[in-house]
Design a protein around this ligand. Structure first.
Ligand code: HEC
Length: 155
């Protein structure tokens, strides 16, 4: 009886682990908006101090890269290539955003992405980054860098 119990518990643990592994990694509906409806209108109107990520100066993008790979810790989940394959991102469900997807960038205003960096995406591993990890000014810079993973963005 005791052995049966042990076997059953092992099976349960394996079943859970298997389920989690199957779910971890892929992002969920990247084209669907993330800012809650009540905040979205206001969020869309927010603009970077340098005008627009489309026109971000090269030095701002370079500073954004430093923040992404450094104090911002974004790289841990979003990955060095921005494709969502960072080591910590692999265990998250839903998975981190893949910033190499230009379709995703087209769907989002700068202000919406800034809102998520600041407040997090409710119910996901994307937690609020401002002010705990970075400042608002740094959030706008790191956003300029994230846009650059879509090779057409800054052209
Ligand atoms: C602990 C892991 C983790 C870290 C660290 C992290 N992210 Fe995320 N990020 C996620 C996940 C997971 C999602 C997907 C959330 C969702 O599907 O709603 C996401 C989504 C996003 C999005 C997309 C929002 C949208 O509208 O779809 C942006 C932008 C973003 N992250 C920026 C950042 C920046 C900038 C940093 C660093 C300052 C950062 N993230 C750090 C896990 C992380």
């Amino acid at each position: 009886m005791k052995r049966l119990f042990v076997l059953c518990s092992m099976f349960t643990v394996l079943a859970f682990a298997g389920g989690d592994l199957a779910l971890a990694g892929p992002e969920k509906n990247p084209l669907k908006p993330r800012v809650p409806k009540a905040e979205r209108g206001k969020a869309k109107k927010m603009k970077p101090p340098y005008g627009s990520t489309k026109k971000a100066p090269a030095d701002v993008v370079a500073e954004g890269k430093k923040i992404f790979e450094g104090k911002g810790t974004c790289v841990n989940c979003h990955g060095k290539k921005g494709d969502g394959n960072g080591p910590a991102g692999k265990v998250l469900t839903p998975g981190p955003r893949n910033f190499t997807n230009c379709k995703f960038h087209k769907k989002r205003k700068d202000g919406e992405l800034f809102w998520i960096i600041k407040n997090g995406s409710p119910g996901t591993g994307m937690v609020s980054m401002v002010p705990a990890t970075i400042t608002e000014a740094e959030a706008w810079k790191v956003l300029a860098y994230e846009r650059s993973f879509c090779s057409k963005w800054h052209k």
